[in-house]
Design a protein around this ligand. Sequence first.
Ligand code: AMP
Ligand code: MG
Length: 363
Amino acid sequence: MATFKLNAKLQAGPFPYSFLSSSRLYWLKVAELGRLICLGIESTADNLGVGIAASDGAILANEISTHVPEEGGIHPREAARHHSEQMGNVISRALTVADVHSRDVDLIAFSQGPGLGPCLRTGATAARALAAYLGVPLVGVNHCVAHIEIGRLATGSKDPLTLYVSGGNTIVTGFEAGRYRVFGETLDIAIGNCLDTFAREAGLPYPGGPAVEKLALTGKRLIRLPYVVKGMDLSFSGLLTAVVQELHAGRSGLEDLCFSLQEVAYSMLGEVTERALAHTKKQELLLTGGVAANRRLRSIINSIAEEHGASPHFVPIGYATDNGAMIAWTGVIAYRSGVRTPIETSYIDSRWRLDEVEARWRA
Ligand code: AMP
Ligand code: MG
């Protein structure tokens, strides 16, 4: 170590020594060989998450603050205001929980997309400011990739076919030829959005998924609702319209409506997932994203995995919904594989697709 010590002359000197001018950069070079600590900021929608992950796979902190709208769905600018108001608190909490000093953070990761523009911008701004202040590199992370990576880390699965279901995304994906490829996805709204919107119409608390799940347990009658699978893709908007119409028609009990909505939506997801699993012949099936908390969906995934001789994996609840740990962890593995996001090109991309990302760390 001592041989790397910089003297004043070298520090002030011109090229070729100028690359040593930042002692922080030098320490980073050394740190790359050892254990890296990454602070990750998640802010794609209503959750502001700050996680701290180490390159050995330890999750040191995973703090969340959720914006709950007074009425209606998520309002992007109001959620962004919540995130900017809470940013300092959540970052401090994460550092305290992790017992890490800010000067020990080696890099900053942030969710660069996809998501709601104002929310993404708030997280990106904080990430850039932190990286510049601490003099550490910045890594922009794809939010969907992060859901898969935290699932792989937390369950120990290596190369799973993944069903990623959340408030904003519904994707069946697997790693092939350098990227996470999309085998099937929603053509309109996400499954979580469908559940949340129905729940709101029915006067149930937000988020709607858990409330619908609870009521569905006592539902018995399967009401006829549109089941829409087009090739390998899914559509939930017609299903939502139909179930809301049935609710307002007053013919059916809420329990039966919740039961039927779950049965139809989760069967659709099961059909596409099963076909992708049969096609790819993956040995592992991973369920990730906020809707992965659902027991009925888990049992469907279990049966599919069993039928095809694959092992089922479920992301733990704490990492299912949007969180900062998944961004920190993906940031650290991406960084290790050579991914860098210079501040000048760190703009957010609210429509950044998962299959646009070169997953170099999987090579
Ligand atoms: P995320 O977008 O990953 O943060 O996930 C949030 C989504 O997960 C919301 O749409 C919730 O309604 C949904 N969710 C959470 N718990 C459950 C559950 N038990 N069943 C179904 N959906 C759920
Ligand atoms: Mg998400």
